[in-house]
Design a protein around this ligand. Structure first.
Ligand SMILES: [Zn+2]
Ligand SMILES: [Zn+2]
Length: 277
């Protein structure tokens, strides 16, 4: 168990995040030191991020952002949303919770550090973990589309919907979810990331995953704000659901460019010409 009397020692630190970290340790250490806290972060972030896009999908053509909808001919229904949310809850209950419970009995949770990370440590550690995960998932994803058995038994369920919507970001088989969970837990450990970096990384990566599936090419989304097309985003991942032999990377674009599987601009122009007809 973390020793709360150590908090006062950190007050002399010049780290910008130290006051926030001290506050979290002082008031929420029981919650944060729980092995289930990352699971809670993943699921609550997923739930909260999906809410506004549910509203957009329910409003449909009456939504003020309908002009940005990528596949205008396809609309997510409430039944589809309930089905995907149920699958996410089912996966948590059947796969994630038992695994975390067993792991917490086998491996003791290390004490939370007294010092906060620097902003640079959060940025560099978070970015490195995202880049490594992006690489691992790119190849995992590519293999699961190339091998018919792996596709059918592991990844096909994620392609139930040709037009993705926010809740479908967690529409995964148990095997895929556990693989993603294993890698996204392992990478920050190997990089020796601070727990605060890990939690920020969790929220950011859940957002990026939801944004991949929102079905709207919003001008202020991560994917469009980051310059030089470095990030994927909704349009690029939507393309993967329409043309599953392209755009395998979850977050960035470089691996699809390197391996010749990037296919967005072509699809964009096809869609524009379809709309013009
Ligand atoms: Zn997807
Ligand atoms: Zn796929």
């Amino acid at each position: 168990m973390w020793n709360i009397t150590g908090v006062g020692l950190s007050n002399t630190s010049d780290r910008l995040l130290q006051p926030i970290w001290d506050h979290l340790l002082m008031h929420h250490y029981n919650l944060m030191s729980s092995p289930f806290f990352p699971v809670f972060l993943v699921f609550s972030s997923y739930f909260l991020f999906c809410i506004p896009f549910t509203l957009l999908d329910v409003l449909g053509i009456n939504s003020p952002l309908y002009g940005y909808k990528i596949q205008k001919g396809r609309r997510a229904t409430l039944a589809m949303m309930v089905r995907t949310l149920w699958m996410a809850v089912y996966n948590q209950l059947v796969f994630v919770f038992p695994t975390v419970l067993i792991m917490s009995m086998v491996i003791s949770t290390p004490p939370l550090p007294v010092s906060a990370p620097t902003l640079w440590e959060v940025f560099s550690g978070g970015l490195a973990a995202l880049l490594i995960f992006d690489t691992q998932y790119f190849f995992w994803h590519w293999v699961h589309h190339r091998n018919a058995h792996l596709y059918r038994w592991v990844h096909a369920i994620h392609h139930d919907y040709v037009a993705p919507f926010s809740w479908s970001s967690q529409h995964l088989s148990g095997v895929e979810l556990m693989t993603v969970g294993f890698l996204s837990n392992l990478d920050p450990i190997l990089l020796k990331c601070h727990p605060l970096t890990v939690w920020i990384l969790i929220v950011v990566s859940v957002w990026m995953s939801v944004e991949d599936h929102i079905g709207y090419d919003l001008p202020y989304s991560f994917g469009n704000l980051v310059p030089f097309g470095l990030l994927g985003g909704a349009m690029i991942h939507d393309t993967h659901h329409q043309k599953p032999s392209s755009n395998f990377a979850p977050f960035f674009t470089h691996w699809d460019i390197v391996f010749g599987t990037a296919a967005t601009e072509k699809l964009k122009s096809e869609m524009r010409s379809r709309e013009a007809d």
